[in-house]
Design a protein around this ligand. Structure first.
Ligand code: PLP
Length: 466
């Protein structure tokens, strides 16, 4: 056995169908999980790829949110990663939830979370889903078109409505404006229709696009929301609800939060929402603000370990030499020398490459069956960089679109049955994975992490505190 076995007992017992939660760092969990896999003798699926989720990372992101945006209540976007422990933890921390479908609403309510903590943030809903939202007392939703207003009037007339406006999403990796959001020019007509139907429009929402890299998009969006508030007033509504959507990530958060705080102060001065125009000292003003962060909370909390199930070595497998291709600068074009095949790909967790425009970065977990992973070391994730080799990494299906990295450099000592690890795999991965080719979705092993944050996470989850 080449792995050090770190034995541990779960610190939170399994809940329902969900796996128990362990203590320790992601590295320890990876190491321990590998130690439990008999790569040469396990049954089918025994060496499947798996996630390790560090729940204390979710908690840290929450603390960071509360520090930077204390006025904005996070309504976690369930679509991003509907993991039951993530939902439980965020519920215990006081978050609300942005649900996009009946299934998401049910999964949140089934945890015992109050429907008052849900926004059904999909402007184009199936009628049966609206009826179920009404039956389950989910009373807040978005709209951006007149047909949705008729639908709400018919099936959920008492629901509070939020007009989703179109904003500039050109500075975001995943743009949503092509599909959702009413241009400001259309808002007066929509509000007139809502008034005519006697519907209760309470405020405005926007989404600048996921993976936003320009904080000024938020300033511009808040400015547009202000205009929509003024339109509301002209149509006899008194809006008091602002939803600043998603778009936040680990790397962009502080700059965005600072621009957002300032924009809210500038465009929505306290006096506008204080009763009678006067602020009561020490009291929150009457404007309720929420956000719908998804990626921000979970992206860094999940790592994925994948096993190298096969390999094609250009040197030993191919009969003849191909002619060397040249780059435009006349240099020989570098070609992968080795093709690695791992047991999760773009039809599974790595769908984020296709749908979420991500580039993933393999790091070496084991090298010639020895555990070598050092989380703090950049690619290749271990200190053995003496003999890096150009290679490509592929998923397990029989489709050639199933390519995880067409070109990357990894140590030449990697063998079939070694393991790779991918950090930052928590957002828009598991949730959209398919079972194509009869392959199983990668399962999750949980840890509360280390230190005092881990103690907090453990006590919240053990107490089942919602
Ligand atoms: N809210 C809505 C309506 C969305 O469509 C999305 C993502 O598509 C989100 C929130 C979450 O966005 P992000 O993951 O960028 O925070």
């Amino acid at each position: 056995d080449t792995f050090d076995f770190v034995s541990s007992k779960p610190v939170v017992e399994a809940i329902g169908d969900h796996a128990p939660i362990y203590a320790g760092s992601v590295g320890q969990q990876l190491q321990e999980s590998l130690a439990q896999i008999d790569i040469d003798g396990c049954a089918a699926d025994g060496e499947n790829a798996f996630f390790v989720a560090d729940l204390s990372e979710v908690y840290r992101q929450h603390l960071r949110w509360m520090r930077e945006l204390p006025r904005v209540v996070p309504f976690y976007a369930v679509k991003c990663n509907p993991d039951p422990y993530v939902l439980r933890l965020l519920a215990a921390l006081g978050c609300g939830f942005d649900c996009a479908s009946n299934g998401e609403i049910n999964s949140v309510l089934d945890l015992g979370i109050s429907p008052s903590r849900i926004i059904y943030a999909n402007p184009c809903k199936a009628a049966s889903f609206v009826r179920n939202a009404a039956a389950r007392n989910v009373g807040l939703t978005t709209f951006d078109n007149a047909d949705e207003l008729y639908k709400m009037k018919r099936f959920h007339p008492k629901c509070k409505l939020v007009v989703r406006i179109l904003t500039d999403d050109s500075k975001s990796v995943c743009q949503l404006g092509l599909k959702f959001g009413a241009p400001l020019d259309n808002v007066p007509r929509l509000l007139a229709k809502a008034k005519e139907l006697d519907l209760d429009v309470v405020g405005v929402s926007f989404h600048v696009g996921s993976g936003c890299y320009d904080p000024d998009s938020f300033r511009d969006a808040v400015g547009r929301a202000r205009k929509a508030f003024d339109m509301g007033r002209e149509h006899g509504y008194t809006f008091d609800f602002l939803d600043v959507g998603g778009g936040y990530a680990h790397d962009n958060f502080e700059p965005i939060a600072s621009v957002l705080r300032r924009a809210i102060d500038d465009y929505f001065p306290d006096q506008d929402f204080a009763p009678g125009g006067k602020l009561v000292e020490g009291k929150q003003n009457g404007l309720r603000i929420i956000g719908e962060p998804g990626r921000y909370y979970v992206q860094r909390a999940f790592a994925l370990a994948a096993n190298i199930i096969a390999r094609r070595d250009g040197k030993s497998d191919e009969a003849g030499e191909e002619p060397v291709k040249k780059t435009s600068a006349g240099e020989a074009e570098e070609k992968p020398e080795v093709m690695y095949y791992q047991n999760d790909g773009v039809y599974g967790a790595f769908n984020c490459i296709l749908f979420d425009h991500q580039e993933v970065h393999p790091k070496v977990l084991t090298l010639d069956r020895k555990y070598v992973y050092r989380p703090e070391v950049d690619a290749p994730g271990c200190e053995d960089v003496s003999d890096l080799q150009a290679c490509s990494v592929w998923g397990p299906t029989c489709d050639s679109i199933d390519c995880v990295r067409p070109m990357v450099h990894l140590p030449s000592g990697l063998k079939v049955s070694d393991w790779l690890v991918y950090e930052n795999m928590g957002a828009y991965t598991i949730c959209a994975a398919s079972g194509f080719n009869g392959l199983r979705r990668s399962e999750v092993r949980y840890t509360v992490g280390e230190g005092h944050e881990a103690d907090m996470v453990q006590s919240l989850l053990s107490a089942g505190a919602l």
